[in-house]
Design a protein around this ligand. Structure first.
Ligand code: SF4
Ligand code: FES
Length: 201
């Protein structure tokens, strides 16, 4: 077992645990968006940021992908951490202003408006890729991926045509942290009449 401290509390971790795993095992909450225990962590949203202190030095890391190490001093809600989290939430508010979940989470940190440009007031997706990873790693269907480039990037079935790989299990909708996948599920799965019209189906 490894020994470290989180928010001044001595905790133990098994080799291979991340800082997020360790904190949650000890009842310490760290907010996350792109993390789900059923899939490999990817470190996309950075909301799970924590501060590591060593002497006079400190640095910020994403706790879902940073391994627990012997002797680490970890802070989950220091001034620096909360300031970065507020900045991330402000960015997310501009990227997906239509997400109630993001607005609520931002509100918990006192972030109710954004200084950044809002490109699409209807957008809900933060492109965290959790739905894609769940479809591949949990369901094994690989029915969705990132489609397009740059500002046109979005999550969908190949060529944005409802795909036969989708088994309509709804896992992507369940894991999505922003409610975005619920709104685009029909476009991935196809409406029942489209499925019934497929040759041989
Ligand atoms: S649809 Fe949801 S889970 Fe998928 S990338 Fe967008 S926000 Fe993440
Ligand atoms: S939860 Fe760790 S980066 Fe998203």
């Amino acid at each position: 077992m490894l020994s470290l401290t989180i928010d001044g509390k001595k905790v133990e971790a098994e080799a291979g645990w991340s800082l997020l795993d360790t904190a949650r095992q000890h009842g310490i909450d760290i907010p996350t968006l792109c993390y789900h225990e059923a899939v490999e962590p990817f470190g996309a949203c950075r909301l799970c940021v924590v501060e590591l202190k060593q002497g006079n030095n400190s640095r910020l890391v994403a706790s879902c992908v940073y391994p627990a190490e012997e002797g680490l001093e970890v802070f989950t809600s220091s001034e620096k951490v909360n300031s970065v989290r507020r900045w991330i939430l402000e960015m997310l508010l501009s990227e997906c202003p239509a997400s109630r979940e993001i607005r609520e989470m931002a509100g918990q940190y006192g972030v109710n408006t954004t200084r950044f440009e809002v490109k699409d007031p209807e957008e809900q997706c933060i492109l965290c890729g959790l739905c894609v990873r769940a479809c591949a790693q949990v369901v094994g269907a690989n029915a969705i991926s990132t489609v397009g480039r740059g500002a046109q990037k979005e999550i969908g079935s190949p060529y944005l045509v409802p795909g036969e790989d989708c088994v309509a299990c709804g896992t992507c909708v369940t894991v999505c942290p922003t409610g975005a996948m619920g709104a685009r599920f029909e476009r991935v799965r196809g409406v029942p009449s489209v499925i019934m019209a497929r040759p041989g189906k």
